[in-house]
Write a protein that binds this ligand. Sequence first.
Ligand SMILES: Cc1ncc(COP(=O)(O)O)c(C=O)c1O
Length: 412
Amino acid sequence: MSYLEQKELEDTYVMHTFARKPVEFASGKGVRLYDSEGKEYLDFLAGVGCVALGHSNEAVSDAIAAQAHKLIQASNYYYAEGRGQLARDLSALLNTGNEQGAPWKLFFANSGAEANEGAIKLARKYGKLNLNGAGTVLSAKKSFHGRTLITTAATGQEVKQAGFAPMPAGFTHIEPNDIENLVQTIKVKAQDATDQNSPHLAPVAVLLECIQGEGGVCPMSQDYLKEVRALTKEKGMLLIIDEVQTGFYRTGLPFSFMHADIVPDVVTMAKAIANGLPFGAVAATGKAADIFEPGEHGTTFGGNSLQIAAARATLAEFANLDIGVHVQKVGAYFKEQLAQLPLVKEVRGKGLMLGIELQEPCAAQVVSEALERGMVLNYIGDNIVRFLPPLIITQTEIDACLAVLKELLEAR
Ligand SMILES: Cc1ncc(COP(=O)(O)O)c(C=O)c1O
C-alpha cells in the first residue's frame, strides 16, 4: 500500500487526535527508521523517548518473540514467572547510590498516565490513613502527567484541559522552582480545609517532573528539589516524582531525582521500561509502599508475562552497555554543540533529554525541513526543538543531526 493510500485510510478511520507528519514508517534498526519507500531517517525522537535501546534491539526482540510463543497473559490473579525478579531489580535500580535504602514495592501498569493515575489514588488513600483525610495533590504549572481525566487535571497546562470540563477536583498548580510559592500554597490549602464549608481537602502530595518534558524541557533546580523533599517530609506529605520521560538513564542516571540526591516516596515510570512495549509502573517506598489492599487498585494487562520479559531484557541491556556512562558522555557533547548553532537562545536539559529554544518562532518549520532531509526531530510550542534520541546514539550520528540543523538555521 502506498503512503498516500495509507494516509487516506488513516485519515478516514482513525480519530484525528494527532496532526501527523507526512511519513509512513515501516521498519527500524538501532537509531535508524525506514519509511515505506525505503528512505532512511536518523531518529532523534525514539518513539517519544520509549525506544531507549534503539529500534528492534536484538536482545529485547528475541525476549519478546520467545515469550510470545510461551505465555502472554494469564492475569494478575496468579503469580507470573519473572514478575518478582523484575520488581526486585527495579527496586535495586531505584536505590542506585542509596544501597542501604528501604526496598521499593511496585504496581505494574500499561502507560505513563496509568502509572500516575495509580500514584494519585495511592496518595489519596495515604492521606485518608495518615493525614486526617488530606487529598489535594500539588503539581507544577507547565507540567505534563498524561491524558486520562485525572492526569489531565494534574497537568499544569490549561490548553490540555480546554474542552473537557468539568475537571476532576483535588489538584492545585504551583509555580515550578519557587519554594516560597509551595510553602504558601500548603499553608493556604491547609487553612481552607479547616473551613467546614470548604470543599477543599488539605494537601497530601507534591507531584513533579525533575525536568518538564512536554512543558518545554524545563529543569527543576537541584536546590528546589531538595527543599521540596525537606518540606514534604516535614509536613508528612508524599513526594511523587514522575519519571515517565526522564527515567531509565535518559538524563545519564537511572532516574532523574538522583541528580538532586533525594529519595522520593513514590516514583512513576513507563516509556523506556520495555523499549517500546506498552508498560509502566508505580514504585513506592517507606510508609507509601503498603497503602493498597487487595481489590483496591488493579489492571487487566499491567505486568503480564510479555511486558515482564521485555522489561527484564531491557534492564539487562542497559546494564550490559553501561548505558548511563555513554549517555553522560554523548549528552554533554550534544548539549555543548547545540549551544554553538545559529539562532539558539538557550539549550536546556540533561543527558539525552535536550531542547533548544530558538530566537524565532520557527520550530515547526525547522522540524518539517529536517524530516525531508531524513532527520526525525520534534518541536514543542513555536520555538522549542526537542531531542530524545535512542540512548545508544553515537557522536557521529549526533554530528549528522547538528550539520542538518546548522544548515537549516543558517538559511533563516
Ligand atoms: C512526564 C510524563 N508523564 C506522563 C506521561 C504520559 O505517559 P503516557 O503517554 O504513556 O500515558 C508523559 C508522556 O509524554 C510524560 O512525559
